[in-house]
Design a protein around this ligand. Sequence first.
Ligand code: FAD
Length: 186
Amino acid sequence: ARRDASEEGNKQGKAIPRGVVVLDGDGEPCRSCTSFRDWAAMTRKKIASPQSNEPPSTAATTTATSLPPDCPPDAEALGRSTWTLLHTIAATYPTAAPPEKQAEMKTFMNIFSRIYPCWVCAEDFQRWMERPENKLVPGQEGGHLGGRFSFGQWMCGAHNEVNRKLGKSEFDCRRYEERWRTGWAG
Ligand code: FAD
């Protein structure tokens, strides 16, 4: 799931720290493209919380292996929060969406796919959205934007594409409503 972005970094004349494989637009290591484990291993930084009351010498200056709650999100925390937002949007989409809602959603998803801060994730997502079978076309009979059910299934398929890429098990999209709208049925 990681890509070697050293070329971009070199173009900008930045030194690339060992272990960094994804850089951001400024040629700096991209936090939101990297898991915290990789990030911590790469920087070998002592992580201290500024909210801790203890003096720095004895405070929680541990080499963290999981993301502390008050740190910027890594690729995983960002992904989890983002999927929560996207699936909740899909689960509360109108059962039959009027044309203007459909157009709005297409615009939102197109912009989202371009501004998602993990740019390597965003590029793959854009490619998935461009496949003919995944295209969002407002007003299309039986299209993905027609209503809550079809849009939820589209979103579920999008997430499963990432799950497959990361070697995770696929989610059963028949249970989408339960997971994201009604809660589990008994
Ligand atoms: P997540 O995958 O975040 O899932 C959260 C919850 O959603 C799960 O607990 C489950 O209950 C539910 N769920 C799982 N699958 C589905 C589904 N198909 N439909 C509905 N609900 C589901 N990370 C990378 O390392 N590389 C990438 O290229 C990458 N691309 C991403 C692209 C996008 C658009 C987004 C939003 C995230 C991307 N991520 C990527 C992050 C990645 O998908 C995960 O969010 C992250 O790895 C954390 O995974 P997790 O196992 O905690 O659960």
